[in-house]
Design a protein around this ligand. Structure first.
Ligand code: SIN
Ligand code: MN
Length: 218
């Protein structure tokens, strides 16, 4: 499914699979502006973005900052300090961002007590390979407690697969201000970002590239 010509109407909850919904236009332009500023401040802060190296030696195609707990890309475990970078403690997850994630989950009829946010910055050549989010606690995964994702800036070509890597992929565009939630039976679906569409960020945001925030419950 490619859908550049017919984007969904803002304000809708569009179920793309059982447990997986896109909430197009969830954030107003003012809220996007506010969130872009929060991302820049956090990512540019003393414990800010860095480009991680993953297990096997490859470098990620995004810059990452984890709030609440650090996801170690060498061990695929969460930890309190970022041992793969500088040993700094993960900055706390701010209450206003956690509250936003709860609002998104509630709009999709789900609940989440977020204590982690992975804030990624994509350049125009950024992407993320197909993967599962499965490093949270077994109880969280078993209960299908959702991941809430919020996108700001340039549009991303997002892919949602199934529970096996080889399952067919759905292609979705995630635009600035869109939220995406995957919980319940969709919690362990493979997903990734194949490309960023440069120049598609709303002009008033004055940005190139994309921020993506994924909120999780450990
Ligand atoms: C992720 O899977 O961690 C990020 C997804 C996205 O950037 O939309
Ligand atoms: Mn993910």
């Amino acid at each position: 499914m490619q859908e550049t010509l017919f984007p969904p109407a803002p304000g809708t909850v569009e179920w793309v699979a059982p447990g997986a919904a896109r909430l197009a236009g969830f954030l107003s332009l003012d809220e996007q502006h506010w969130l872009a500023g929060r991302c820049r401040d956090l990512g540019g802060g003393p414990v800010g973005w860095y480009r991680p190296t993953v297990r096997g030696g490859g470098r990620m195609r995004v810059e990452m900052l984890c709030l609440g707990r650090h996801w170690n890309p060498l061990t695929y475990r969460y930890e309190s300090t970022r041992a793969d970078r500088d040993g700094a403690p993960a900055p706390p997850l701010p209450d206003d961002l956690a509250a936003l994630a709860c609002r998104v989950a509630a709009a999709a009829g789900m609940t989440l007590a977020p204590d982690i946010c992975i804030l990624n910055a994509y350049g125009t050549d950024g992407r993320m390979g197909l993967h599962q989010d499965k490093d949270e606690q077994p109880d969280t995964l078993a209960a299908g407690i959702p991941v809430v994702s919020i996108s700001i800036g340039d549009t991303a070509r997002f892919v949602l697969g199934g529970l096996r890597r080889r399952d067919p992929l759905q292609h979705l565009d995630l635009r600035s201000g869109d939220a995406f939630v995957f919980g319940g039976p969709a919690r362990l679906r493979y997903h990734g970002v194949t490309r960023i569409l440069p120049g598609t960020a709303p002009a008033p945001l004055g940005m190139t590239g994309r921020y993506n925030l994924t909120f999780r419950q450990y």
